[in-house]
Design a protein around this ligand. Structure first.
Ligand code: IMP
Length: 178
């Protein structure tokens, strides 16, 4: 275990097993369809890698990079750093996310995709932190529901590091206060 990690919350094996389980559920849910799996960069990359191997319907893989910032208004804004270069009009879009916290980023991306004419927009997230929710946002497919702790690993970062850890762990508090 990395010396900055206090505790491993979810192991590599647990995540891999969950990706297979979700892949089976999604293969059934999207049977007969050709969904777009839309990963939100960079946190979703490792989860996308596992999930896409278990999805047995013909799926297109795309990525978007958005950053959310909460300004003076409670509604906040989402900035698109890298947009999609394909049309979502008439398509079934499944957003692949690492974690849902306030729900703010996803609610804005969903709104945008619907505005662009997607037939359906659903979310599969590796982690859900429901206690952090500020705006109403319910992911249809959830890997693990976790408590309100700051986690890293398996794609999730703190200041761009720890994404490469093959598990989800809680970061030691002294790392933030350094
Ligand atoms: P939301 O808009 O607050 O739901 O933000 C979701 C995004 O915040 C995720 O895609 C992550 O990039 C980041 N985030 C939220 N909680 C954590 C965490 O515990 N560790 C690392 N990143 C997090």
């Amino acid at each position: 275990m990395h010396s900055d990690i206090k505790e491993i919350l979810i192991s590599k094996q647990q995540i891999e097993d969950k990706a297979i389980e979700l892949g089976n559920i999604l293969s059934e849910a999207y049977s007969g369809k050709q969904p777009i799996l839309l990963g939100l960069l960079k946190g979703s990359v490792m989860f996308m890698g596992d999930l896409m191997k278990s999805i047995e319907v013909p799926a297109q893989i795309e990525f978007m990079d958005v950053s959310s910032y909460h300004g003076a208004t409670s509604s906040g804004q989402v900035k698109i750093l890298k947009d999609l270069d394909v049309s979502v009009e008439g398509r079934h879009v499944l957003i692949v996310e690492d974690i849902v916290d306030t729900g703010f980023t996803l609610s804005k991306v969903i709104e945008l995709l619907k505005h662009r004419g997607a037939s359906s927009v659903e979310v599969v997230t590796l982690l859900d932190k429901p206690e952090g929710r500020v705006v109403e946002m319910k992911a249809k497919y959830v890997g693990f529901t976790i408590p309100k702790a700051f986690v890293v690993g398996y794609g999730l970062d703190y200041n761009e590091f720890y994404r490469t850890l093959p598990y989800v762990g809680i970061l030691k508090e002294q790392v933030y206060t350094k």
